[in-house]
Design a protein around this ligand. Structure first.
Ligand code: ADP
Ligand code: MG
Length: 610
């Protein structure tokens, strides 16, 4: 092999750029952080073609003097660190001195800057590492950085960039993170000369969240703070009914820096345990402040990960903050999100909840079998009547038993009320039904879900799901990512019978909705659907995505466990059960039906051999 050579600076920068500058959004993030470090109060970001053609960031911060400008594109040039000790208490967003050097190595860039006491501005240009001279020019106090034709000399990198819309979504995400953690900044973002956001300084956090994510989400957040053991915490929390199918709406900031920390997110999840399905993600905006000496941000090139000196303390403080708030709030009242639709099959509950449920079912079963049977049916138990145990309106078995004791007198009157049925509904969740050779226990939700799923598959084979125009469009606030997903997957969305149109800036509206999903609230469903498509980002093939959506739709449209059913509904379920019995699994892989044959019963009662 050849000899070892020391790489020249430009090569070093290009390699560093690979770590720091992944896509246009990384440029925006680094430039925004620099403007914040320079003490800016107002920042304007202009983007063209998703950042491929141009990214321009203009700030009114402290600027750079001419001699500093000459150094700005040098690797490891920073004004924010001097000694190794400084690394122990970072108070600025940047400190590595890598960003401008990296950007200058992979694009055509210019910096124009002026300090408050200078008589004019200065400007320097760089073109993929080729630096020009510092020249005087006109300009206001502050700094303007322009980055053009990112990666234009690196076709392999440029090829990796996605559509302008997708790149813009990534940029908007970084913009959002900065906006949420810097309430006092006046921030503007434009794309192709159209304004995407303008956030005024002095807006409250809730108002900002409303502008960025829609007023529905903002109005419904619970707010809480805590100051304990050297940490200051503030959180705005979504109610459990508003939990999402992805972690996209979980924002954690440490000293105003957006971080991803699995441990903290676990604490969040833990706080919501038992309140939401385990595969859902609560909406949360969490702000942590602590002395910079108590953690290390120098562990990741983009500083999105940090290392806490005492992670357990952080975990327990976050958990305490959230849990106290959730426990002290009546979560059923005041929710302005669509009607709660939390369906939670027992095994998806937290432990405490499922134990409670289990006990209720056991009690219901016990009560049922304790009930004295009228003389005629005492010998062979024959399902000729059903008792809905638990909280249903049907009289509970023991109150019936007092009257059946005087069988003969009041018995006949009672018979009329009873409307004999050939099944038993347990705890409004399970149906017990006799069959030729024993009986079966049906999970009403799982069976209904399965029936709907099959029905949708059948209809889809014939074309698209039949849909119904809504009397009035149902508008909802949409993020650019959601609008993007709509464009990209329009065929798929129309196939399942959903029609969505633009309704205004940042607003979409559901116009038509599948008939089979009549129980489902259209906007909540559509928002979740779009989130799912955003999250997927082209990883699954269309067919698989379609079936995942059918899954989700069936689960939402199906009757819930614990939901009282009318006789007609039960009859409908039982009539359709054979359709799906070939495969007695609900789409989530849970069984829909347990079968107890005479033989099984004999075996359980140790009668085998008799
Ligand atoms: P870092 O932010 O880690 O110091 P950068 O490469 O991002 O490294 O920036 C290098 C230096 O350029 C900064 O330390 C700062 O002194 C100067 N600088 C960059 N952007 C600005 C700006 N918008 N306003 C004033 N100074 C800036
Ligand atoms: Mg920087």
């Amino acid at each position: 092999m050849g000899r070892i050579a020391v790489l020249d600076d430009n090569m070093v920068n290009m390699i560093a750029a690979g770590e720091v500058i992944e896509r246009p959004a990384s440029v925006v993030k680094e430039l925004l952080e620099n403007s914040i470090d320079a003490g800016a109060g107002r920042i304007v970001i202009d983007v063209e073609d998703g950042g491929r053609r141009l990214i321009r960031v203009v700030d009114d911060g402290g600027g750079m003097a001419a001699d500093d400008l000459a150094l700005a594109f040098e690797p490891h040039a920073t004004s924010k660190l001097r000694t190794a000790d400084d690394l122990l208490g970072i108070r600025t967003m940047g400190f590595r001195g890598e960003a401008l050097a990296s950007i200058g190595a992979v694009a055509k860039a210019s910096v124009t800057s002026r300090t408050p006491d200078a008589i004019g501005a200065h400007r320097i240009e760089i073109d993929c590492g080729q630096k020009g001279p510092v020249v005087p020019c006109a300009g206001d106090t502050g700094t303007t950085i322009e980055v053009r034709n990112l990666f234009y000399k690196l076709p392999a990198r440029r090829k990796f960039l996605r559509t302008a819309n997708t790149e813009m979504n990534h940029i908007a995400e970084h913009f959002t993170r900065i906006a949420l953690s810097h309430e006092s900044l006046d921030l503007t973002l434009t794309h192709n000369n159209r304004q995407a956001h303008h956030l005024l300084s002095g807006q409250g956090l809730r108002e900002r969240i409303g502008l960025l994510f829609g007023p529905q989400m903002a109005d419904d957040l619970l707010e809480t703070t805590r100051q304990e053991r050297g940490m200051r915490l503030r959180a705005l929390l979504g109610r459990p009914v508003g939990a999402r199918s992805s972690g996209k709406y979980q924002y954690v900031f440490l000293n105003r820096r957006f971080i991803r920390d699995r441990f903290i997110l676990h604490a969040v999840k833990e706080a919501y345990r038992g309140l939401i399905e385990p595969n859902k993600y609560p909406v949360v905006f969490l702000f942590i402040e602590m002395p910079p000496e108590d953690f290390d941000v120098n562990v990741h090139p983009t500083k999105v990960e940090v290392r806490f000196d005492n992670p357990n303390l952080v975990y327990s403080e976050v958990l305490a903050l959230l849990r106290d708030k959730l426990l002290s709030t009546n979560l059923d009242v005041g929710a302005c999100l669509p009607a709660p639709e939390v369906f939670v099959p027992s095994e998806r509950f937290g432990h405490a909840e499922s134990r409670d449920r289990q006990q209720r079912i056991e009690r219901a079963m016990e009560d049922f079998f304790k009930t004295p049977q009228p003389a005629s049916t005492q010998r062979s138990f024959d399902f000729k009547r059903s008792y809905s145990a638990g909280r249903s309106k049907t009289p509970p078995p023991h109150s019936v038993s007092g009257q059946t004791d005087s069988f003969g007198q009041s018995g006949s009157a009672l018979q009329e009320d009873w409307k004999p049925r050939t099944y038993l509904q347990v705890d409004n969740s399970y149906l017990v039904v006799p069959d030729a050779d024993g009986f079966m226990v049906i999970d009403q939700h799982a069976l209904h879900e399965r029936i709907l799923y099959e029905q949708m598959c059948v209809r889809l084979r014939e074309g698209r799901l039949p849909s119904q125009r809504l009397l009035m469009p149902h508008p909802f606030e949409a993020t650019p990512a959601q609008a993007d997903a709509l464009e990209k997957h329009r065929d798929l969305i129309e196939k399942i019978g959903v029609e969505i149109e633009m309704f205004g800036p940042n607003t979409l509206a559901v116009q038509a909705f599948p008939m089979l999903l009549e129980r489902v609230e259209p906007t909540a469903f559509v928002v979740e659907l779009l989130d799912k498509l955003v999250e997927d980002e082209g990883h699954s093939n269309e067919e698989r995505l379609l079936h995942e959506i059918l899954d989700m739709a069936a689960c939402k449209a199906a009757v819930k466990a614990g939901q009282p059913l009318s006789e007609a509904e039960i009859a409908h379920l039982l009539a359709n059960k054979d359709v799906v019995q070939r495969t007695s699994r609900c789409p989530h892989g849970r069984p829909t039906t347990l079968v107890f044959s005479r033989k099984d019963l004999d075996k359980q009662f140790k009668r085998t051999g008799f």
